[in-house]
Design a protein around this ligand. Structure first.
Ligand code: GLC
Ligand code: CA
Length: 535
């Protein structure tokens, strides 16, 4: 038996429930839909699922606007369905991670409704950030919402409330102990229902400072925080050091309390992973100090170019920074907030990068559909639902492209996802990307993921750190190859668009695309491809 806890080097499969599988023909995925596909999930070789929010919600921000964190939205089913999903997952030895959203509630949450009614100065308003307007009638400060537009919305009696995201997502006031009490109740609620861990949404955002001060450059800051806005990296980094509402010291007190709560469940090994976009990168390690959370997402691979120097730096930095707090890194190539990796860097490159990352120490996150090599869905503006699109008057298209439902089977859209009309259209061009068609194609992305995840478990998990074998920083012939050894496996990625020779020893066990040839005692790695060799 492996003595390290289940989450240490897990592969975690992110399910966006609305887009996974629709069990009742209303066009939206739901919890019974997830339960009915657990065999498939298990067959991928993953250890756990992370479910994006399925709580009661008006769904203004894909369920990250929570109106009741201790209940299930009817569009996804009910609490019995959640219980059944967890039970069935556990039967398959799959852990379940729920998404908890502590930075804000929905404006439909009973607390916010009560705050609106109770009026200025009331106890009900103290749970949020309500302030009077400035004398000239303007909002209390000049912060810009992460979804565009002002961070403040005015209510009938003239006060404003703070919302870092959509106006339907009022930020909670974490200086008020009632807020933490309520969240601890929510954590216990889901742990008692059986979940094994939490993904903490906007974990770096809970505590605000200087709420009444203007920022010197709110538009610059807003651009710096948006990965879809190009900016000189020195300028971006300088601005990111000035965010008054992220990564304040107070957040760590919250996670220390939560850690005690998790640990009180003893050998249930409850874990938590923080979504924390912080700067400089070393700050991320604070979230995974021994008495805080278990993992923090590293988002660098969501934006990194397919370039040896860049990827070397990302991997090296993440491993070494985490090591300073005795934690292991996490790796994610896609999620529900960013363009899908196949669209961002190309199909072959995405496969190569996945295979490269699957060999690394730490936990790896796979966003449902990534295993199929899905690209972003091409959408008409009239299909879009992301609040970013509306709050920027269409200036920023938003994240719907990554959220298009999964194609399961058959030759015609919606490919078995639903018997009804899917909530976002699935392109007919995805015909060869369905689970059914990839299962019969030994060269498919799906086969690669299954093979690789099985080999990872067999030969790599638990086998310690990596040794770089070849990189521009480590005496390689060129910038084309990036290579490391770990345990008995040598991993070689060819980033260039031509075949490259390398001197890796051992027997080829998997290659992400193309075939590896031998020439003069050397191995020839195909373009845009990664290979694993077993000693
Ligand atoms: C997180 C979620 C994102 C959501 C935002 C506000 O970044 O991943 O989908 O819009 O928080 O809750
Ligand atoms: Ca449904």
């Amino acid at each position: 038996m492996n003595s390290s806890p289940w989450w240490k080097e897990a592969t975690i499969y992110q399910i966006y429930p609305r887009s996974f599988f629709d069990s009742n023909g209303d066009g939206e995925g739901d919890l019974p839909g997830v339960t009915s596909k657990l065999d498939y999930v298990k067959s991928l070789g993953v250890d756990a699922i992370w479910l994006s929010p399925f709580y009661t919600s008006p769904n203004k921000d894909g369920g990250y606007d929570v109106a009741n964190p201790r209940d299930v939205d009817p569009r996804f089913g009910n609490l019995d369905d959640a219980k059944e999903l967890i039970t069935q997952a556990h039967k398959q030895d799959l852990r379940v991670i729920a998404d908890i959203v502590p930075n804000h509630f929905s404006d439909q949450h009973e607390w916010f409704q009560a705050a609106l009614k109770a009026g200025r100065g009331s106890r009900e308003r103290q749970r949020f950030h309500f302030y009077d307007a400035n004398e000239d009638g303007t909002p209390p400060n000049n912060w810009i919402s992460l979804f565009g537009g002002p961070s403040w919305t005015q209510v009938e009696d003239g006060q404003f409330y703070l919302h870092l995201f959509d106006s339907s997502q009022p930020d909670l006031n974490w200086d008020n102990p009632e807020v933490n009490e309520d969240f601890e109740k929510t954590l216990r609620f889901w742990i008692d229902l059986g979940v094994d861990g939490f993904r903490i949404d906007v974990a770096h955002g809970l505590v605000k400072e200087d709420v009444l001060k203007n920022h010197p450059d709110p538009q610059g800051l807003s651009n710096a925080l948006r990965l879809d806005v190009a900016m000189d990296s020195d300028e971006r980094n300088a601005l990111l050091l000035t965010v008054p509402y992220f990564d304040r010291q107070g957040v760590h007190e919250i996670y220390r309390k939560w850690r005690k709560l998790f640990d009180s469940y003893g050998d249930r090994n409850i874990m938590a992973v923080a979504e924390a976009w912080v700067h400089p990168p070393v700050n991320a390690t604070r979230y995974v100090r021994a008495d805080e959370l278990h993992q923090v997402f590293n988002f660098d691979l969501l934006t990194a170019e397919f370039d040896a120097d860049v990827l070397y730096d990302v991997v090296e930095q993440s491993i070494s920074l985490n090591a300073t707090v005795n934690a292991l890194p996490t790796w994610a190539l896609s999620n529900h907030d960013s363009p899908r990796v196949a669209s961002r860097i190309g199909d072959e490159q995405a496969r190569a990068l996945a295979l490269f990352v699957f060999g690394l120490p730490g936990s790896t996150y796979v966003f449902a559909g990534q295993e199929l090599g899905l690209p972003d869905g091409q959408l008409q503006d009239s299909d879009r639902q992301d609040p970013t699109f509306f709050r920027t008057n269409g200036g920023i298209k938003g994240r719907d492209g990554a959220r298009v439902p999964l194609p399961w089977s058959g030759n015609t859209s919606p490919f078995g996802f639903s018997t009804g009309k899917p909530w976002l259209p699935i392109s007919q061009s995805w015909k060869d990307l369905t689970v059914e068609s990839e299962l019969v194609d030994p060269k498919s992305s799906l086969h690669l993921y299954k093979n690789a995840l099985e080999l990872r478990k067999e030969f790599l998990v638990g086998s310690g750190g990596i040794t770089w074998l070849e990189s521009s920083q480590h005496g390689s012939k060129s910038n084309s190859l990036l290579s490391y050894a770990r345990g008995a496996v040598t991993v070689v990625m060819n980033l260039s668009d031509s075949a490259q020779e390398c001197e890796a020893n051992g027997k080829l066990v998997v290659v992400s695309s193309g075939t590896v040839d031998a020439r003069d005692g050397k191995k020839v790695i195909p373009p845009h491809s990664t290979a694993w060799f077993l000693a």
